[in-house]
Write a protein that binds this ligand. Structure first.
Ligand code: ADP
Ligand code: MG
Length: 261
């Protein structure tokens, strides 16, 4: 029978690259109202890599991201961003991080540019730097022509891309995306994911991509399978499938979660 131990030789081990990992989570346990939501979670996002945090609704993805971004404080365990402990050195850790939340978090009555400028000011960018970065990110996203439209007049995909542009304004080296493509049509989903992969390839941004959509995973991607608060598997998607003798990632995911039920 296939080995379903949570960690093995394919684990995303800390210190696998040069310099500190973009994100290193160890021994992370979190309870809400006495219920264990995350149970001894452990994984890394190597610098300059994309890691998919794959788990069904209720797995604990958003809770995990809330702990990384310090919305909640971890009760047990450690979270480091480029070596900085998010609890003890939160500003050093947070300044390296950009976040796209699961819930829309953008003012519909402001224009794209106004939303971006507000965020840039929050991050302490000078007006000139803010102007340059906003122009650069809107240009990269192909949204320059929409800069002065109110968010409520944009499509779901366009407004999501503005949120991604916003998360990148301060040039973070780690981007956290929580179900960033949910509710979008296939084309918009594919465009956004292609753009994120481009960021990783061309700018060396590390990405934690939280999703319940298995079809967003490619064979060479690093994957952390989270289920009911526990990491059931982690490693390269291709290796996880091969180790289980599974017929593709859908089959592998089904076997992993059924074995844990
Ligand atoms: P995911 O993002 O993977 O769908 P969540 O992190 O949102 O998962 O939720 C994980 C589990 O924690 C779920 O069972 C959810 O009901 C529970 N949970 C999350 N936030 C709260 C909260 N504030 N109060 C009670 N339960 C919560
Ligand atoms: Mg969620």
């Amino acid at each position: 029978m296939a080995d379903l131990a949570p960690r093995g030789t394919d684990a995303l081990q800390a210190g696998s690259g040069e310099g500190p990992d973009a994100l290193a989570v160890s021994g992370l346990t979190h309870r809400i109202g006495g219920r264990v939501i995350l149970d001894q979670v452990e994984f890394v996002v190597p610098a300059g890599r994309l890691v998919t945090l794959l788990g069904p609704n209720g797995a604990g993805k958003t809770t995990l991201l809330s702990l990384v971004t310090r919305l909640y404080t971890a009760q047990q365990g450690e979270i480091r961003v480029f070596g900085h402990d998010v609890r003890k050195e939160s500003s050093a850790a947070l300044s390296q991080m950009g976040v796209v939340f699961q819930q829309r978090a953008i003012d519909p009555d402001l224009t794209a540019r106004q939303n971006l400028a507000y965020h840039a000011a929050l991050h302490g960018l000078s007006p000139r730097r803010a102007r340059d970065r906003i122009a650069a990110e809107l240009g990269r996203m192909g949204l320059t022509k929409d800069a002065d439209r109110k968010i409520r007049t944009l499509s779901g995909g366009e407004s999501r891309r503005i949120e991604i542009a916003r998360a990148l304004l301060h040039d973070p080296r780690l981007l956290l995306c929580d179900e960033a493509t949910v509710g979008l049509d296939l084309r918009s989903r594919a465009d956004i994911l292609a753009d994120i992969r481009g960021l990783v390839r061309e700018r060396g941004v590390a990405v934690l991509w939280a999703t319940h959509l298995i079809d967003e995973v490619e064979a060479e991607d690093l994957v952390v399978v989270l289920h009911r608060g526990r990491v059931l598997r982690q490693g390269r998607a291709r290796d996880i499938v091969a180790a289980l003798g599974a017929d593709g990632l859908n089959d592998a995911f089904r076997r992993i979660t059924e074995a844990a039920a």
